[in-house]
Design a protein around this ligand. Structure first.
Ligand code: B1M
Length: 212
C-alpha cells in the first residue's frame, strides 16, 4: 500500500489518533501535500459518503472519519498555506444555517488565507443575522463566502444571499458561494457574484473578486 493509500485508509476508518503520523510519514517520503489532501483525504471522504448513501455505514462513522480528516489536515496545513496574512483584505466565511459540514469550508478558508486574506470564520449553521452583524463590525470586509453541503440547505444559501443582496452594504461586498451540491447555474440564479467548485479555485476566485 502506498503512503497516500495509508492516509486514505486511516481517514476512512476514522483513525484520528494515528492519521497525523501517517500524513507526516507521507510528507517525509516526499509525497506532495496537495496530492495527500486530494488523493488521500478528500478521496477517502468520497468513499465514506458513498458508503453512507448505500447504507453500509451511518452518521457516527461519518463523524469519526471527519474527525480523522481534521487531524490529518492539521499536519498538512503548514505545507499548503503560504501567503502573507491579511494583505488582500478581509473575508467573512461560514456554512449556512441548518448545515453542520465544515471540512470543505475549513479547507476553503485555509487556501483563501494563504492567498493573503484575513479570514473571519463564523463556523457552521450560521444564521443570516450573524453574517450581517459581522459585516457591520467589520465594514472593511471585501467578500462574504458561503458554503452549503446539503441539497436541503440550498434554500438557506439562497436566503442568505438574498439578505446580503438586499442589505445597504451590497455595493461594498462581493458574495461567493460553493459546496458539493452548488453549481455555477445555481450561484447565478440566487444572485451570487461567484462560484467555485473547490478550495484551490476558491482562493483564485477570492483574489479576482477583490481585484487583486
Ligand atoms: Co454529511 N452528507 N450529513 N455529514 N457528509 C454528505 C454531504 C452527503 C453527500 C453524504 C451522502 O449521502 N453521500 C449527504 C448529502 C446528500 C445531499 O444533500 N444530497 C449528507 C447527509 C445526508 C448528511 C445528514 C443529513 C445525515 C443524517 O443526519 N441523516 C447530516 C446533516 C447534518 C447537517 O448538516 N444538518 C450529515 C452529517 C454529517 C456529519 C456531521 C456526520 C459529517 C460532517 C462533519 C463535519 O463536517 N465536521 C458528515 C460528513 C463527513 C459527510 C461526507 C461523508 C463528507 C463531507 C466532507 O467533508 N467532504 C459527505 C459525503 C461527500 O462529501 N462525498 C456528506 C470532504 C470535503 C473536502 O469536501 O465539503 O465537498 P466538501 O468541500 C469541497 C467543495 O465542496 C468545495 O471545496 C471543498 C474542498 O475542495 N467547497 C467550496 C465547499 N465549500 C465551499 C465554499 C466555496 C467554494 C468551494 O466558496 C465560498
Amino acid at each position: 500500500m502506498t503512503k497516500i493509500e495509508e492516509v486514505a485508509q486511516a481517514v476512512q476508518n476514522g483513525k484520528a489518533k494515528i492519521v497525523g503520523g501517517i500524513v507526516q510519514e507521507a510528507l517525509d517520503a516526499g509525497c506532495d501535500a496537495t496530492e495527500i489532501l486530494n488523493d488521500g483525504m478528500i478521496a477517502a471522504m468520497a468513499v465514506v459518503g458513498e458508503k453512507f448513501k448505500n447504507g453500509e455505514i451511518f452518521v457516527p462513522e461519518m463523524l469519526v472519519a471527519a474527525r480523522a480528516m481534521k487531524k490529518g489536515v492539521e499536519v498538512l496545513k503548514p505545507h499548503l498555506a503560504s501567503g502573507a496574512a491579511g494583505a488582500n483584505g478581509k473575508l467573512i466565511l461560514g456554512t449556512v444555517a441548518g448545515d453542520l459540514h465544515d471540512i470543505g469550508k475549513n479547507l476553503v478558508g485555509m487556501m483563501i488565507e494563504s492567498a493573503g486574506f484575513e479570514v473571519i470564520d463564523l463556523g457552521v449553521d450560521v444564521p443570516i443575522e450573524k453574517f450581517i452583524e459581522c459585516y457591520k463590525e467589520n465594514p472593511d470586509t471585501k467578500i462574504v463566502a458561503l458554503s452549503a453541503l446539503l441539497t436541503t440547505t440550498m434554500p438557506s444559501l439562497r436566503d442568505t444571499v438574498k439578505a446580503l443582496n438586499e442589505s445597504d452594504f451590497r455595493d461594498k461586498i462581493k458574495i461567493m458561494v460553493g459546496g458539493a451540491p452548488i453549481t455555477q447555474e445555481f450561484a447565478d440564479e440566487i444572485g451570487a457574484d461567484g462560484y467555485s467548485p473547490d478550495a484551490a479555485s476558491a482562493a483564485e476566485l477570492a483574489k479576482k473578486l477583490a481585484g487583486c
